[in-house]
Design a protein around this ligand. Structure first.
Ligand code: UDP
Length: 369
């Protein structure tokens, strides 16, 4: 039976938007629905005082993959922003990621050899060959001083659990470098889209039928009946009615403030690493785009426990959750007419470029290319 749409796409974040774009390019008819009152998922920006405010947390695009870089450049030009956060710990400012500047600030070491000696001694003393959790991984990577000043409290605040109960891979996101280089990422390509992320989403979804304020789960039967296939980018456990238990997430609360100053902190990202400060970082959005507006907008980012009414920002990929996810993933593989993708449906701590990579891979598979 002919249905109205080839694809129903649930969720208009990067996964859904890339898939919709590619399917449309191949002559397919798509309907994109999103439960929020806007498109774009968590990359959505809101213009406040002429500044693009990253409404769902700072998004800095970076990738090593030329194909993905060229892909996003079809929709917007990128500026030359390089993420170089600073971190406040016990009243002192440090450069991130961990590099020669950080080591100098911590120990006064001036050469790579001095820094290596210092770190290796600590790794020998506290590290292990086979780190089983985030604490062991951090101690084996950078030693005790950095772990205590810049990792332990920040991480426990961010995740709401002990570093000994967190997976090791989380800390491997951060580079450790023996050069004076404050670039947070190792990737070849990096920047913020000129005109904001909405420009990319609008480009991807141009000429595609999109409906906002639509909750798929409120009217599931109807939406399933109008398309041959579904691309689902929401929570995979919710898709299966939580029948094998609920997955856990970490949530965030953002507190925005407009300030009557043109420069509040001199940097887009300042981390607050002490446990006593309830937020993990302050974002000053104008610095992502070298803005020279008279005012500034800052956002304090408070990690929060997740409950079903809140936004699920981070999957918690510990063993318990991973086991539940594996069951849902097996169930998903058996459903031929639904494609699952994105941070929530794949239950993966994905960055933007990885989500685009995943979407393009699913496109290739779907269209047998
Ligand atoms: N992290 C840390 N200290 C910092 C910044 C990050 O220990 O000052 C650790 C922390 O465990 C965090 C992880 O590194 O969860 C990843 O940080 P990133 O900034 O990449 O996370 P995101 O921007 O995705 O929240």
């Amino acid at each position: 039976m002919k249905k109205e749409y080839d694809y129903l796409i649930v969720g208009s974040g990067l996964f859904g938007s890339v898939f919709a774009h590619e399917a449309t390019k191949r002559g397919k008819k798509c309907l994109v629905i999103d439960k929020r009152n806007h498109l774009g998922g968590n990359v959505y920006c809101e213009n406040v005082e002429g500044i693009n405010v990253h409404k769902y947390g700072a998004h800095i695009f970076h990738t090593n993959d030329e194909t993905i870089w060229n892909y996003v450049n079809q929709f917007a030009k990128f500026n030359h922003y390089v993420n170089s956060p600073t971190a406040l710990s016990k009243g002192k400012l440090y450069n991130l990621p961990f590099n020669m500047n950080t080591f100098y600030q911590l120990w006064g070491t001036k050469t790579p050899q001095e820094a290596h000696d210092k770190i290796n001694k600590q790794i020998e003393e506290y590290g292990t060959n086979n780190p089983k959790n985030l604490e062991e991984q951090a101690l084996s990577l950078v030693g005790k001083d950095i772990y205590e000043a810049l990792i332990k409290e920040y991480t426990e605040k961010q995740w709401g659990r002990k570093t000994t109960e967190l997976p090791a891979f989380i800390i491997k996101r951060l580079p450790v470098r023996f050069t004076f280089n404050n670039n947070y990422f190792n990737d070849k390509y990096q920047g913020i889209p000129v005109g904001g992320y909405n420009k990319i989403i609008n480009g991807l979804l141009e000429n595609i039928e999109c409906k906002t304020n639509i909750d798929y789960f409120q009217n599931r039967e109807h939406y399933d009946s109008i398309a041959h296939k579904t691309v689902f980018t929401g929570k995979i456990d919710e898709f299966f009615n939580f029948e094998h238990g609920m997955l856990e997430y970490r949530s965030l609360r953002f507190e925005n403030e407009i300030l009557d100053t043109d420069n509040f902190q001199g940097n887009a990202v300042v981390n607050y690493n002490d446990a006593e400060v309830p937020y993990t970082r302050i974002i000053e959005h104008k610095h992502f785009e070298f803005g020279n507006q008279k005012k500034t907008v800052i956002t304090r980012e408070y990690p929060e426990n997740w409950t079903p009414e809140k936004e699920a920002y981070y999957p918690i990929n510990d063993e318990k959750n991973q086991q539940i996810f594996n069951i849902y993933q097996k169930m998903a593989e058996k459903i031929n007419n639904t494609i699952f993708g994105g941070r929530l449906a794949e239950y993966k701590y994905y960055d933007m470029h990885q989500i685009i990579g995943s979407a393009l891979m699913h496109v290739k598979k779907e269209f047998k290319e």
